[in-house]
Design a protein around this ligand. Structure first.
Ligand code: SF4
Ligand code: SF4
Length: 468
């Protein structure tokens, strides 16, 4: 008799990506929407404009990768200045911790490039296709010449904005005026073309299609910033005590008599949300703190003659314990905020001091490796050194080289080197001492390189003088 076959276990297949309904954010007016546009203008004026700003006869901000030089207004930074980049990263991280602990996701809601470009693309979308109901209807409609023309216009405008954004981005890495001429002559270089198209494609894809998905699934900052939240962090909050039980009604309804809260369940706050969530479900990872729902709900409250602020910027503690604004502000000062602020200000001050007192000259001294030491015709001991000088200023300079550190140490002949603005040059220095001026072996000596016209530009560098 054959054994009964075992029942097969069916393992349900879980897709890695669950398709979500498309979000059609409805347009909204109000205080925070105006602030969002202020930040769109500010950030975009800086981004699109700064690369065209001339400074000292060149571009004010240029990260010239070819020449391995970064120009930031008066500063010319070389690869040797990578320390400033490291400090900048640490400062940004500290600022992020501090800002997020105090103000939650204000960065995401107002200045993050993803938000800003989505806002611009949505504006174009609304101008071409109309507000939410029209866009939903258009998407549901079958393809026709009219739909094709409307969609085509939108995509063309998106594409132009994206292309301009890609061009501007590359203009921070290659002089933008030269790039513009090359593009107009249809002859930009290979890598310029690649990065313009790459950045344009990223803008087009992120702001046109990915939108809230970037914030929900891809942005690392969104994923870890909740670790920095505490109950006194600023959030967009729905006042559940005041709003519930929710329910539809007319303006004349006696809500108190019917036991209703202030939320009329109109769902406008959900319709304006760029990430498509319902803030009434509580604080969620998807909430970028943009306050569109605050503006929308305030308008509803105005129409109903209810006080504004059913949805408002507040803190978890403040909503639970109904704190007044003064109490919320007072609770901003708490130990972790003080620690972040102190470390941030200390590091910022040290960096500012270091930049302000930075000498625009870098010197590297290497001893000639061919011979440790030689004896000259008159019996002196000679070591040969090679000095690499970087003039990090924007004027050409003549440098004089001196040496000290051993009895009677001197240069065989004076060395003067002219180095062009923001350029490097090398010089050879033959250094001599009389025999017997020190024991045999290596001895520390100090080279001094000074601008002949401006002694405040002086740099000292140690080297070893070898006595056989
Ligand atoms: S907009 Fe205000 S009243 Fe309308 S559903 Fe949202 S919270 Fe309720
Ligand atoms: S819930 Fe409100 S604040 Fe959060 S993303 Fe949506 S609209 Fe913006």
């Amino acid at each position: 008799m054959s054994e009964p076959s075992k029942p097969q276990r069916v393992i349900p297949i879980q897709p890695l990506y669950a398709a979500e309904p498309k979000v059609y954010p409805r347009s909204v007016q109000g205080l925070f929407q105006r602030w969002r546009w202020v930040f769109v203008w500010l950030t975009q004026l800086v981004f699109y404009g700064l690369c065209w700003l001339p400074w000292n006869g060149r571009q004010a901000v240029l990260f010239d990768l070819d020449a391995r030089r970064f120009y930031v207004f008066d500063f010319v930074l070389w690869p040797q200045d990578t320390i400033y980049l490291a400090v900048l990263l640490v400062l940004s991280a500290l600022a992020l911790f501090l800002f997020t602990t105090v103000a939650g996701r204000l960065w995401c809601g107002y200045t993050c490039p993803q938000t800003v470009y989505t806002e611009i693309f949505l504006w174009i979308e609304r101008k071409v296709e109309g507000d939410r109901p029209k866009r939903i209807k258009l998407d549901a409609a079958p393809w026709s010449a009219g739909k094709l023309a409307t969609k085509g216009t939108k995509h063309l405008l998106w594409f132009l904005v994206s292309l301009w954004t890609g061009f501007t981005f590359v203009g921070y890495f290659t002089p933008i005026r030269e790039l513009a001429q090359a593009v107009l002559a249809l002859s930009p270089g290979g890598w310029e073309t690649f990065w313009i198209l790459f950045y344009a494609g990223a803008t087009y894809g992120n702001a046109g299609f990915m939108r809230e998905q970037m914030c929900k699934y891809i942005c690392p900052y969104a994923q870890f910033q909740f670790v920095m939240f505490d109950p006194d962090t600023l959030i967009v909050a729905y006042d559940e005590k005041r709003g519930e039980p929710r329910g539809g009604r007319s303006k004349k309804t006696d809500a108190g008599g019917k036991g209703l809260g202030d939320c009329i369940d109109c769902s406008i706050c959900v319709q304006v949300c760029p990430t498509g969530i319902d803030i009434r479900d509580g604080l969620q990872l998807e909430c970028i703190g943009c306050a569109a729902c605050i503006d929308a709900c305030d308008q509803v409250m105005d129409k109903m003659d209810y006080p504004r602020g059913l949805i408002r910027y507040s803190t978890e503690n403040a909503v639970k314990q109904q704190f007044a604004r003064a109490a919320i502000l007072r609770r901003t000062v708490r130990p972790r905020v003080l620690v972040y602020s102190a470390v941030f200000l200390l590091l910022l001050g040290a960096t500012a001091w270091s930049l302000a007192t930075r000498v625009p000259l870098k010197v590297d001294v290497q001893r000639d490796r061919a011979a440790l030491a030689t004896e000259t015709a008159d019996g002196a001991i000679e070591n040969t050194f090679r000095l690499q000088l970087i003039n990090a200023s924007e004027q050409s300079r003549t440098y004089r080289i001196g040496v000290a550190g051993l009895d009677g140490i001197h240069l065989a002949q004076p060395v003067e080197v002219r180095v062009a603005a923001a350029a490097a040059a090398s010089a050879t220095a033959q250094v001599r001492v009389e025999p017997g001026s020190a024991a045999s072996g290596p001895h520390p000596v100090r080279f001094t390189v000074s601008d002949a016209a401006d002694p405040s530009v002086t740099v000292s560098e140690e080297a070893k003088f070898w006595i056989p």
